[in-house]
Every structure is written in structure tokens, then in C-alpha cells.
Design a protein around this ligand. Structure first.
Ligand SMILES: [Zn+2]
Length: 201
């Protein structure tokens, strides 16, 4: 994925955080979904009603047309809470990045999956905030962000590039905006005697 597109997706995430006044991790996905009127339903319930749903996918979103599009998110309910959170964030990515309206979902499928995963990662595990909280291990990321250990391990690898870039260039404007969003969180951590937030308040 091109750097320009990554920045666009980060901006989408930042817009959402600001709109929803979200200042703490773990991200409150219920709040976001309720405020965007996105309904979520367990796949077992859908199957009970006789709808045939293919096996092997953690979630998908159905769009109902009309003047105001309505989204119904169907999720697998036999997966862990953390994996479910990833699934919801990923589907939210598809919705907010306009994938469901493009009409080119099949053609752009691979790229759109990559973009939805990138959205989920930036939403659930904002790297500058984790750095400020000194949450760099998979265990810490998993606990603070409410994600699986596997997702946290993948995120932890991003620190190498992040630290290298930051050492040379400092915080990017986007990083600063992420930090500003979550300032109440790391200020509170600093007051509790944690590390990393001492200079903020
Ligand atoms: Zn997807």
C-alpha cells in the first residue's frame, strides 16, 4: 500500500476518534457502532433464521440501500472477544473507507482487505500512543488495546521502523494528532506513576 493511502486511512481513523470524542484505549467499538447506527448480529442467529452463510469467515457487512445506507454487520460468535474486536474494527474499516459503496468490491478485494486491516490496526493500536505509554511488548499491547496476542505481536514489530523514523525526523503531524487525542489517557497513566507521560501535564 502506498504511503499516501496509509496517511489517508490514518486521517479517517483520526476523524472518527475526534468525532466520537474517544480518548482512551481500549477503543469503545460499541459506542462507535451505536453512534453510526451500525447493527451487529451473530452469525448463529442469522443461520437460525435459515440464511445460508459460508463457513470460515469471521465477519462480513451487508448494506441495505435507500436514501440512507444501513449497515448490518454479521460476526462469528464462536471466536475470542479479542478476535471479535478485530473483526468489528476491520468491518468498520470497509464501511468508513467506502468499500461497500464502490460497486467494485470483487475486483478490488485484495487491496480492500489490506486497507481494512490497516484501518483496524491504526484504530485499535495507535503506535505513537503505545510508545508514549511505553507499551511495547505484545503482552502490554494486548492488555491495553483489547486485541489478541497474535495481533499485538504483529503491531509490536512496527516499533522498529517507527523508532528509527522518529529518531531522524521527530513526530509526524499525524503522530502528534494521535497523541493529542489520547492525552487524557497518558496523563492519567503518568499521574499513577507510570512512565512516558510525565511531560504532558
Ligand atoms: Zn474484509
Amino acid at each position: 500500500m502506498k504511503q499516501e493511502r496509509k496517511e489517508q486511512i490514518k486521517n479517517k481513523v483520526l476523524g472518527l476518534l475526534t468525532e466520537q470524542s474517544i480518548t482512551y484505549l481500549p477503543i469503545d467499538l460499541d459506542q462507535i457502532m451505536a453512534s453510526l447506527s451500525i447493527k451487529a448480529v451473530a452469525v448463529s442467529l442469522v443461520r437460525q433464521r435459515g440464511v445460508v452463510v459460508p463457513e470460515g469467515i469471521d465477519g462480513f457487512t451487508v448494506i441495505r440501500g435507500g436514501d440512507r445506507a444501513q449497515y448490518l454487520l454479521v460476526y462469528r460468535d464462536d471466536i475470542s472477544f479479542e478476535r471479535l474486536r478485530w473483526t468489528l474494527a476491520h468491518e468498520l474499516g470497509h464501511i468508513l473507507l467506502g468499500h461497500l459503496r464502490s460497486g467494485r468490491r470483487a475486483a478490488g478485494h485484495g487491496r480492500q482487505e489490506e486497507e481494512a486491516n490497516y484501518f483496524a490496526k491504526e484504530l485499535l493500536m495507535p503506535l505513537p500512543v503505545l510508545a508514549r505509554l511505553d507499551a511495547r511488548s505484545a503482552a502490554a499491547i494486548s492488555r491495553i488495546c483489547g486485541v489478541s496476542r497474535e495481533a499485538a505481536q504483529i503491531r509490536a514489530r512496527d516499533f522498529e521502523r517507527y523508532d528509527w523514523y522518529r529518531l531522524k525526523h521527530g513526530d509526524t503531524e499525524t503522530d502528534q494528532r494521535f497523541l493529542a487525542c489520547f492525552m487524557p489517557m497518558y496523563c492519567q497513566e503518568a499521574k499513577r506513576g507510570g512512565t512516558g507521560g510525565a511531560a504532558c501535564c
